[in-house]
Design a protein around this ligand. Structure first.
Ligand code: GLY
Ligand code: MN
Ligand code: MN
Length: 441
């Protein structure tokens, strides 16, 4: 059962306030999103707001006032307690809870933001707010900012620019603390166990939707909120559609099943794992050949994910092995350098090999800054997920071999979640097996 850990959030706020260096940040939480008629999607808190507050209600706004003395720096605007609303929609912490449980120096009703914001930011030169992401609050922030510009021109005091909070928060979130690594281990372990459950039950399940049910039912049983993203349960040729989420085809004995699924915990930490398994328990020759190429690329790329390297190098390690393997079986031809330079592998491998993973599945943090590749550092979590997808959806590039029918309909991806740890990357998703001998029955 998830319990709010005040200390964790307090420490993050202190670091963030320190980085703000005299600026005032306005960080809105998420709002409910309509699904249809008067029904809403399940609430999903904004990751930056969550990271700094741990407050899980809609429509809240946090102010971080680094120009103020300690004890006046963290302000929450929340929905006040309301008996009737709580009877319909559930418990709210209200202003008192925001101060006691979530350690706000002061809490107000969310409806007071417009009136109180000018006073709170009085005297700062620069505001910190993410433009273009929070339409309801942005209107208030820009109105206030415009007033500040006016003040500045007349009185010489007032904010004269707006900076993005991502500059500070992405950097913080990219490196996971020990607490976060522990939670990531838990999210990834549940996700890995769900993949094992799929493998154990595949022989008597008849369609993709039932497999989705097994995975997501397991997530809920283990106390997760549910899937971190729309689960991809793709059999046969469906696996060549990278973000296939229809999950409504029957399973055929001779096909492979690609499952890309991970859970999201109560505090939004996510797993992201892909396994590709033979539905009937045995790989065909062609399936096995492609699987071995992808597995070799993946394992070698994981080994290369060490401090000082970077995500682009990890991608290139995988890419070269995929290309060499595809050349050997006649699906690509020419020099590996030439194939990379001309992108003439992209009808068979059309995505990057990995991304940061954390509170967002495609987590925040730069991969490169201009020409400079961001080096891998301890505490980063990177997915490593090469694949090969053989279909005739994308035309074969000029000069590359036509694809023999026997390969078509094979789509394979293998994805693990890797913690960067000096020279020994740790595969957090190890519990989801991936060797051919593990997958055949
Ligand atoms: N499941 C989304 C991804 O692998 O990036
Ligand atoms: Mn991924
Ligand atoms: Mn994935």
């Amino acid at each position: 059962m998830y319990k709010h850990n005040k200390k964790v959030f307090e420490e993050r706020r202190e670091i963030f306030l320190d980085k703000l260096g005299g600026r005032a940040a306005i960080i809105p939480g998420a709002n409910l999103v309509k699904h249809h008629a008067d029904c809403e999607y399940p609430f999903r808190q904004d990751s930056n707001f969550w990271y700094l507050t741990g407050f899980d209600e809609p429509d809240a706004i946090a102010l971080f006032l680094s120009h103020k003395p300690k004890g006046e720096r963290f302000i929450l605007f929340v929905s006040p307690r309301d008996v009737i609303s709580e009877v319909w929609h559930g418990f709210r912490w209200g202003l008192e809870g925001a101060e006691k449980e979530f350690m706000a120096d002061k809490a107000h009703s969310k409806n007071e933001l417009r009136d109180l914001l000018p006073g709170y930011i009085n005297g700062v030169d620069e505001l910190v707010f993410s433009i273009g992401k929070h339409p309801f609050i942005e209107k208030i922030v820009l109105e206030t900012f415009s007033q500040q510009l006016e003040n500045r021109s007349r009185l010489g005091i007032g904010a004269n620019s707006i900076k993005s909070p991502e500059i500070y928060l992405n950097e913080m979130r990219l490196i996971k603390s020990d607490f976060e690594i522990k939670r990531m281990r838990e999210a990834i372990q549940i996700s890995a166990e769900a993949h094992e459950l799929v493998r154990e039950s595949i022989s008597y399940k008849k369609n993709e939707r039932q497999i989705q049910g097994i995975i997501e039912g397991f997530f809920l049983e283990k106390g997760a909120r549910g899937p971190a993203y729309n689960s991809i349960v793709a059999s046969g040729d469906n696996a060549c559609i990278l973000h296939y989420t229809s999950n409504n085809s029957p399973l055929n004995q001779g096909d492979l099943l690609l499952v890309d699924a991970g859970c999201s915990l109560a505090d939004y930490y996510n797993g992201d794992i892909t396994r590709t398994i033979p539905i009937g328990g045995k790989f065909s020759n062609e399936q096995k050949i492609i699987y071995e190429i992808v597995l070799n690329a993946q394992k070698t790329a994981i080994k290369s994910a060490v401090t000082g390297s970077n995500s682009n190098s990890v991608h290139n390690v995988a890419l070269r092995i995929l290309i060499e393997g595809l050349k050997e079986i006649g699906l690509l031809s020419g020099s590996t350098e030439g194939i990379i330079e001309n992108h003439s592998y992209k009808h068979l491998y059309m995505h990057r090999t990995g991304h940061w993973l954390g509170l967002d599945v495609h987590d925040v943090g730069a991969y490169r800054m201009g020409d400079y590749e961001v080096p891998l550092q301890n505490g980063m979590i990177l997915t490593v997920e090469p694949g090969i997808y053989i279909s005739d959806r994308i035309p074969v590039p000029d000069g590359q071999p036509n694809i023999d029918e026997k390969w078509k309909g094979i789509g394979i991806r293998i994805e693990d979640d890797v913690l960067i740890k000096d020279k020994s990357p740790e595969v957090l998703s190890f519990a989801a097996l991936k060797e051919i001998s593990d997958l055949e029955f």
